[in-house]
Write a protein that binds this ligand. Sequence first.
Ligand code: UT7
Length: 335
Amino acid sequence: MSTGRAAVVTGIGSYVPPNVVTNDDLAERLDTSDAWIRSRTGIAERNFITPGTSTGDLAVEAGLRALKSAGDERVGAVVLATTTPDQPCPATAPQVAARLGLGQVPAFDVAAVCSGFPYGLASAAGLIAAGITDRVLLIAADAFTTIINPADRTTAVIFADGAGAVVLRAGDADEPGAIGPLVLGSDGELSHLIEVPAGGSRQRSSDRPVDPEDHYFRMLGRDTYRHAVERMTAASTEAAERAGWRLDDVDRFVAHQANARILEAVSDRLGIPAERQLSNIARVGNTGAASIPLLLAEATAEGRLAAGHRVLLTAFGGGLSWGATTVVWPELQTT
Ligand code: UT7
């Protein structure tokens, strides 16, 4: 059955800043080692922005590539999923839209931390389903190093900077590229597991003096790990069921690149063999909201993800928040 207003992927692009930071580089200034980072996270290197670069800059680069890949540079809306907007106010998306020469289109940010991509897909699909526009540029970008405490070895070795983007157009639910049923959820009872305590109205309206450390990102790693495995497994199972797929049908499994051990645990629980799982965490680390579209773009360019592949994707992050969906991969130009 077709709705005629499904959101269909028609372009893809990504960008990581050129500054590569290895585990040994981090071990020069932190009490850590290449062996610990590799064995506990699967990360070997990642890309950090250099001073002067912002999330908006990364978003513009990925957005340009996605628009070029789509072959038609006009869109009617821009959605930016990010944890690290250029400023607390206004949203970063309008400036990104202007810098991309897209004119005065609707543009807004989505704040769902590392689940930003599926939440952004829901926003973009909603704009299309509501008839507000036929084409949306969805960018997911994070400059995590701007909120990480460089002295905190539990987060500084994991998080990194990057951006990924897709162009979505109105189309038919049955055609390749159509975003399948979206499963989304949150648990605000556990918001303390991943947080930046200061900088918002809660801290600003309190009479407690602010500790400079409260402006940094904090994560309770072990608890977060457990919830990440449970939530991504459950959301993936539900998304596949709602799409009418068996897990055996999945050709490529794409999970938020949080930690290689989490990825292994989730695919084990789902019974998806390792060779059907895509991963780039060894090279790029955990890039927050950008993680999934960055991986999709790289895998498409490398041919690891090809037209016709049945893709199951899932994300998990602060909030807590999570999401999953399915898509039969379309034929895409990569730049
Ligand atoms: O993207 C959003 C979602 N994020 C996630 O899902 C991330 C979830 N969590 C994780 O990936 C893992 O919990 C971490 C990678 C953050 C930590 O790995 P872990 O295996 O859970 O380690 P742990 O926190 O249990 O710490 C084990 C030990 C501790 O030492 P003691 O207490 O056993 O003496 C830590 O202090 O490892 C120590 N440790 C480190 N040692 C060397 C923690 N970080 C480091 C480090 N280098 N960078």
